[in-house]
Design a protein. Structure first.
Length: 320
């Protein structure tokens, strides 16, 4: 089968043997996968990664012990937890110290024609939700996770820094929650996605508004994003960190101490709330899709994904 391998800064399409189904696992035929910023950072050397990438996908179950999954379209949570440790017992398998992570840590990713994942990780996709929307489940779950971690009252002012894939989803999720969102980005074309929901947007300038927001979400995907977010937070405000970048991030911590800021790291979220939100049709997802390539053209897909102004690039198992 075809698979997309990342190694030494290069993207290659290779032939690999299909996975064998293990006890408790299902085999899923890829229908659609999405390139996210983490995949791009892996290409740049994040985690010292070498292997099959991809963790955003929707597919069709072709083999499983649970017959109710057979033939169904599914999305899959990316953390493969042990199921036995205290973190797993608390329902926080995404923090299991023995976990592997689809397409990131010790488990081949979703950019392959057949994916193997535990059946417990799979969630069926409602029939009326198209593949092109279902593939956003993982990043929408990451956006929804902010509301699981931080109590943001309806009407609260929130700054969202970044107009990339995740930043646009975060702005939408928080606005639908009832927050008064102001999004800062560098691309007018991307910010139009948020404007379609009535979200106030501003082009990022050299001098962001300092000390104005009780909540700031950093989703720039850049090393400078944290410094900007801290500067924009008001005293005793909360800064939520979403970016994962290759390399060290340095900053002056004095403003964090002096202004008594709370820093919250935020990563994966639960899939069920994300699927419900996607199924509701309230998110503006079509405007986020910039291009779609067959899996066999993965190198071209990644080249497209890093171009300025591009938001989400999808890959399908075959050409359309």
């Amino acid at each position: 089968m075809l698979a997309v391998k990342i190694a030494e800064g290069q993207v290659r399409v290779v032939d690999v043997a299909p996975p064998r189904r293990r006890e408790g696992f299902a085999l899923v035929r890829l229908r659609c996968g999405g390139i996210c910023n983490t995949d791009i950072e892996l290409l740049r050397g994040y985690y010292g990664f070498s292997g099959i990438a991809g963790h955003e996908f929707v597919g069709e179950v072709i083999e499983a012990s649970n017959k109710r999954l057979q033939g169904r379209r599914v999305v899959g949570e990316i953390n493969l937890a042990c199921g036995k440790c205290p973190w797993c017992a608390r329902g926080l398998g995404r923090h299991c110290p023995r976990r592997s992570v689809l397409g990131i840590v010790k488990h081949p990713g979703a950019f392959r024609e057949i994916i193997d994942l535990p059946e417990a990780n799979l969630h069926t996709v409602p029939n009326h939700v198209p593949d092109e929307h279902a593939v956003f489940t993982e990043p929408v779950a990451a956006a929804c996770e902010i509301l699981e971690q931080v109590k943001i009252p309806s009407g609260a002012k929130v700054a969202v820094l970044g107009d990339g894939k995740l930043g646009l989803l975060i702005a939408q999720v928080l606005a639908l929650h009832g927050a008064e969102v102001e999004q800062f980005g560098r691309h007018r074309s991307k910010l139009k996605v948020s404007q379609a929901l009535g979200i106030r947007t501003r082009l990022a300038g050299a001098k962001p508004p300092n000390g104005r927001f009780p909540f700031v979400v950093e989703a720039t995907g850049s090393a400078d994003g944290l410094k900007q977010a801290v500067a924009m937070a008001q005293p005793r405000g909360t800064v939520i960190l979403k970016s994962t970048v290759q390399g060290d991030v340095s900053m002056d911590t004095a403003p964090v101490v002096v202004n008594e800021l709370t820093l919250v790291g935020s990563r994966c979220g639960r899939f069920q709330p994300a699927l419900r939100l996607i199924a509701s049709g309230r998110l503006k997802l079509d405007g986020m899709i910039s291009a779609c390539f067959p899996l066999s053209m993965a190198a071209e897909a990644f080249e497209k994904a890093v171009q300025p102004g591009v938001i989400k690039v999808l890959m399908t198992a075959s050409a359309r």
